[in-house]
Design a protein around this ligand. Structure first.
Ligand SMILES: Cc1cc2nc3c(=O)[nH]c(=O)nc-3n(C[C@H](O)[C@H](O)[C@H](O)COP(=O)(O)OP(=O)(O)OC[C@H]3O[C@@H](n4cnc5c(N)ncnc54)[C@H](O)[C@@H]3O)c2cc1C
Length: 374
């Protein structure tokens, strides 16, 4: 590479890019807003897909290490009706092809695979500007700045790099998730633990539901999904954990108690996560010296693919840069031409899946999907 690569964001996308570049002998610097690797819990299970996340980890040379992080048995899944009856159940017979790992552990694996000092923590980008001839300046919140000949925005939904390429901003999808945990659930919350089972639980109805996972050591991690305007959530004081919990639980008052318990008996303060998406066909004209990957490029309705796609984008971009060491523009063109239709298809699929999860036919659309009818 005849130029330095500057990556904004040390999420799974940015770190995978840094790692794939490192494998090809190309140095990169990653600027991350968070102050350290442990500044924020990186909660959540991710199933790593055969056609995206897994090839990315192969390209990163980390397949064996990734296998070491897989939580056995977590590909089991259950779909429950609101009264708690089991509508669909699938055991983890190790043929699912999408092993589950903890996001935080995967991120740490990528961090450990990079040369020291690749990630500059505590560097929150406040703005960017073009300097001409493909060079850009990146300004940080602490008043410092960096210039680069190749800038990659891997800084997620609210990317500060995106404005160099596109006027698009994410829009609220009309639904939010409320995140909560139950710890040591087999002992302390046995009914909830039984409802979730060994892997994932989907308990859905039109416009609402519970998505829960069994993580390590009897930890149940739940996203309570609710289709309500942002103003509805704004009226809830989430600094008052007990009151917010009770308010959200009330929306499920007529549901089976073992399901309502996933929010009502939460061991953590509920965390509101409003959900946003970019337009499905989001794309931009080529601008020399800069591109985006992952959520910065194609934040979509939740489709279980976002992290996988971010890692896949990163791999494709890293490979393109390695294949065109003296022509970054050719690399960025090749990367974007493949990425735009790939991410548009995934975003459209996300919209379709969202309809199956929360549409008028919920939860039956999801069961049709799982049984191969969609
Ligand atoms: C509730 C929920 C559940 C999900 N479940 C799944 C799932 O099961 N499977 C799946 O594949 N995907 C899932 N996703 C999607 C997935 O989380 C994202 O698509 C994925 O994290 C995108 O990765 P990324 O690297 O592009 O961005 P991010 O993970 O958002 O990383 C961006 C990084 O940039 C940093 N950053 C942001 N702004 C700045 C700044 N100004 N300056 C410097 N650094 C900055 C951030 O701190 C962060 O470290 C889920 C999303 C949500 C909301």
């Amino acid at each position: 590479m005849t130029t330095d690569v500057t990556i904004i964001g040390a999420g799974l996308g940015g770190l995978t890019l840094a790692r794939v570049l490192h494998v090809h002998g190309i140095p990169a610097t990653v600027y991350e807003a968070e102050t350290s690797a442990t500044a924020r819990t990186q909660g959540g299970m991710l199933d790593i897909h055969q056609d995206s996340g897994q090839p990315a980890l192969r390209a990163a040379g980390l397949t064996d290490e990734f296998r070491g992080l897989v939580l056995e048995g977590r590909q089991a899944m259950r779909v429950l009706d609101r009264d708690g009856s089991v509508l669909f159940e699938q055991a983890d017979d190790d043929t699912g092809g999408s092993p589950e790992v903890l996001r935080g552990e995967l991120r740490q694996l990528l961090l450990d695979s990079l040369p020291a000092d690749t990630v500059r923590w505590g560097h929150k980008v406040s703005g960017t500007r073009a300097l001409g001839e493909g060079r850009h300046q990146v300004m940080f919140a602490d008043g410092t700045a960096a210039t680069t000949g190749l800038l990659v925005g891997a800084d997620g939904a609210w990317s500060r790099v995106r404005p160099l390429l596109s006027d698009a901003t994410p829009e609220y999808i009309g639904m939010s998730a409320v995140e909560t945990y139950l710890f040591d659930a087999d002992t302390r919350h046995p009914a909830g633990a039984k409802a979730v089972g060994g892997g994932s639980l989907f308990a859905l109805a039109p416009g609402k539901g519970f998505l829960a996972h069994r993580e390590k050591g009897g930890t149940l991690h739940t996203y309570v999904m609710l289709a309500r305007p942002r103003g509805w959530f704004a009226d809830i004081d989430f600094t008052d954990a007990a009151a917010a919990t009770a308010r959200i639980a009330r929306e499920f008052a007529d549901w089976a108690p073992e399901l309502t318990a996933l929010i009502a008996d939460g061991d953590t303060a509920p965390v509101l996560r409003p959900l946003f998406a970019l337009p499905v066909e989001h794309r931009w004209e080529r601008v020399p010296g800069v591109t985006l990957l992952g959520d910065a490029a194609h934040l979509s309705l939740p489709n279980g693919e976002g992290a996988n796609l971010a890692m896949y984008d990163a791999t494709e971009l890293g490979r393109a840069l390695a294949a065109h060491p003296d022509d970054a523009e050719a690399a960025l063109t090749a990367y974007e031409q493949a990425m735009f239709p790939r991410s548009a298809a995934a975003a459209a699929e996300g919209a379709h899946i969202h309809g199956l999860f929360y549409g008028d036919d919920a939860p039956h659309g999801l069961i049709t999907l799982f049984t191969g009818g969609e």
